[in-house]
Design a protein around this ligand. Structure first.
Ligand SMILES: O=P(O)(O)OC[C@H](O)CO
Length: 406
């Protein structure tokens, strides 16, 4: 879905993982005690199983998460209900996520996503009826989690790592226009840059910050997701809570020539599903036309947004036209790199080392790019969407005192 990008930048800065290790200071006593207890529990859970090798990366994840929530707590950040961010909260969120990862991400109980389109699992008792919960086998598969709202669980995990007070949500007037268009049965596509695995949760938490109705919009959005999102054991529980369209990114599709035909076929099926959704109308889609996350330039620490792929944008415009429903395209700038810094190198495989930081995040929804212009002007549409995204991105970085990344 996007052209291959440079794989190995020259290194002169420490990798994100090394950087974290050097930056790590001591945890406060309550976080330290809670962290130690969690680590021995995880070790105990895994050491005698075939998953013992997962212990070190999970412990790294635990260290990162506890560091992040300890920083949040020390800064005086609060939960949405006004309560303090605590070590017990870190334990609860982390252990629940690891248990979900073990249950749905590994082995025989691994959650199987429907071929190309997945609807968020919000729980049997959720306010909107979901016929899947009428199926006994489905409920048995979820067991104790039959009432779990995986959407809320994902947001609750990442929210305390976002410094909401210093975060920015801009372009609310454009969000308002998008909502009015959706309400008329028209479609909306957010063309976004992509910085962290937690971007869907960033969208949710920042839209919620703008107001309840925008929070609801965020929950309804369908995210275009690459293969990692539905195959990585730790990503799976978060993905279960999201509306997804599963598309193999062009960046990774060529990695294995043997599976390429099957992946291309799956992509065709995903396009058909998307077209159907657009024909039904009122569909909100988030897609990163670059096909993956932005990477920092290792030599200078800047974080440029990755180039938008014109063919991807063209495909979404084509589907919009074919749907016969007005389809609106809004560039969306996102600042979320520091929340979960991605590895410096682009890898097709899953199981990357997870880093988490307490940091402000930002989103600006830019003005709609008019969906006009014939074949010969197509590139201008993509350029304009990318240019607007860069403009919004730089405005956010300046607004959050993070100019160092420009
Ligand atoms: O290609 P990557 O490594 O940026 O991974 C993109 C995945 O969608 C992670 O969200």
């Amino acid at each position: 879905f996007a052209p291959p990008r440079p794989i190995r930048p020259q290194t002169s800065l420490p990798s994100t993982a090394e950087q974290t290790a050097t930056e790590t200071s001591t945890l406060s006593p309550d976080f330290q005690t809670a962290r130690d207890a969690s680590v021995s529990k995880i070790d105990g859970m895994l050491s005698t199983t075939k998953y013992a090798a997962l212990s070190p990366p999970l412990i790294h994840f635990v260290d990162e998460y506890f560091r992040s929530l300890c920083d949040a707590s020390a800064s005086g950040a609060k939960n949405p209900d006004g309560s303090d961010i605590t070590a017990q909260q870190a334990v609860k969120e982390m252990m629940r996520t690891i248990q979900f990862g073990m249950k749905y991400g590994l082995g025989e109980g691994k959650y199987t996503f429907e071929n190309v389109r997945h609807r968020a699992l919000r729980g049997k008792t959720f306010s909107v009826k979901d016929e899947r919960y009428e199926d006994e086998a489905f409920c048995n598969m979820l067991g104790d989690d039959v009432n779990t709202d995986f959407y809320a669980a994902g947001c609750d995990f990442f929210r305390p790592s976002m410094d909401m007070e210093r975060s920015l949500i801009l372009g609310v007037d454009n969000m308002e226009k998008a909502m009015a268009q959706l309400a008329k049965g028209e479609n909306v596509v957010f063309l976004a840059n992509h910085q962290s695995e937690a971007d869907p949760q960033v969208v949710s938490c920042l839209f919620e910050k703008a107001g309840d109705k925008y929070g609801k919009l965020a929950a309804d959005i369908t995210y275009v997701a690459g293969h990692k999102v539905t195959t990585d054991p730790l990503a799976i529980p978060f993905s279960m809570g999201r509306n997804l369209l599963c598309i193999h990114s062009k960046k990774h599709i060529d990695a294995d020539p043997e599976t390429k035909p099957a992946k291309s076929k799956q992509n065709m099926a995903a396009m058909n599903e998307m077209l159907q959704g657009m024909k039904d109308g009122g569909m909100a889609i988030w897609v990163a036309p670059s096909g993956g996350r932005d990477r920092r330039t290792v030599s200078n620490g800047k974080i440029p947004i990755a180039t938008f792929d014109q063919k991807t944008v063209d495909m979404f415009r084509l589907m919009g036209n074919k749907s016969k429903r007005p389809t609106h395209f809004y560039p969306m700038a996102m600042v979320s790199y520091d929340l979960c810094p991605p590895p410096d190198f682009v890898e097709a495989g899953v199981g990357e080392k997870r880093n988490v930081r307490f940091t402000p995040v930002g989103i600006k929804v830019m003005e709609e790019v008019p969906n006009v212009g014939g074949a010969e002007k197509r590139h201008l549409f993509t350029h304009s969407a990318e240019f607007e995204t860069i403009k919004g991105y730089e405005e956010l970085l300046k607004g959050m005192g993070m100019e160092r990344y420009i």
